[in-house]
Ligand binder design. Sequence first.
Ligand code: 13P
Length: 251
Amino acid sequence: MPHRPFIVGNWKMNGTRAQLAEARAIERGAARHAGVRVGVAPPFTLIAAMAEDGQAIVVGGQDCHAEERGAFTGDVSAVMLKDAGAGFTIVGHSERRAMHGESDAAVKAKAEAALAAGLEVIVCVGETEAQRDSGQAEAVVSAQLDGSMPRDESAAGRVTVAYEPVWAIGTGRVPSAADVAAMHAAIRGRLGVIYGEDGAAVRILYGGSVNAGNAAELLAVTDVGGALVGGASLTADSFLSIVSAAGTSEE
Ligand code: 13P
């Protein structure tokens, strides 16, 4: 793996304050795996509490608004995430693209706002099952990258791509290692077109039904720089087995 692996939990709309105990257990476990960078993106309501709790994990948002402030009821800006203690935010998750109608342009604006606020950003891309079945997967993902990646000067060092095939999210189905390798190579190529030689420094995560059983195989694929984990990030036990698969324990 070219980079220190980055294992990120996306808690989605799961977790009340009771879940902070689990977060503390994740934190303690992460502290024993210095070779792995561990992130958790809880619901907005838990970011500040989790960020205060410890240094071994980086806490992030799951989305942000493209504007800094204003009349946007219900939204949270990147500046607010940063203020709450977040170090990164996810943008363009397929659930937001599908359920909130977020276009590539909207995702790009959010990513640029996140960078401007001093956050790192994880930009999600991925094809639907119909797009894969019709042989369009790489074209769809390339177009998403073209439209969604921030063009900020400082982008390359602070941007991560998460490849999450929509059909693999929450389904227990994962692409073959060969398909993941092919897509990550295609993404790497596209990042070179977008960022020039800086594109080589952009980390590419795989996401979609990553669990303790399949993590080692997925993380061993060329150019998989880590994982974006949904369901299996909700308990310290399952999340830490993925963290452990990603690196060498210092225990
Ligand atoms: P699952 O790991 O639950 O499939 O979710 C993946 C995901 O959407 C992470 O962002």
